[in-house]
Design a protein around this ligand. Structure first.
Ligand code: SF4
Ligand code: SF4
Length: 110
């Protein structure tokens, strides 16, 4: 048995692609941010190019809007409590092309 251990490098949050949202996640993120669902949808989400999903917005450099840095200089998620399933399931159930060359995490034997 192996377990994936995240090294908190932040590369998955810098990947310039969609972070797809489920309906319940929209409510949870709006609550975490302390704003209305309407404001969150209008100001902080976009439609994916295939028009099939809602996604979080990105910064101009392509990284996720909610990627920040903590007191120790490590990458951190500003919506950690409510982060979407896509993020929670990286890299095992969702990942992006060539993710292994960017992710500093490793599989360790249990
Ligand atoms: S929501 Fe959080 S975990 Fe997901 S990509 Fe953005 S910063 Fe990373
Ligand atoms: S790219 Fe890998 S090691 Fe880096 S934060 Fe994401 S899961 Fe963790």
């Amino acid at each position: 048995m192996k377990k994936f251990v995240c090294a908190r490098c932040g590369a998955c949050c810098r990947w310039p692609g969609a972070v797809k949202l489920e309906d319940a996640e929209v409510d949870a993120i709006a609550e975490t941010l302390g704003i209305s669902v309407e404001e969150f949808l209008a100001e902080h989400t976009r439609i994916t190019p295939d028009r099939q999903h809602l996604s979080l917005c990105e910064k101009d450099n392509g990284e996720c809007e909610y990627l920040s840095v903590d007191d120790q200089g490590l990458p951190t998620c500003l919506i950690e409590k409510a982060k979407p399933r896509q993020c929670r399931e990286f890299p095992e159930k969702w990942n992006f092309p060539d993710w292994q060359s960017k992710c500093a995490g490793r599989y360790e034997k249990l």
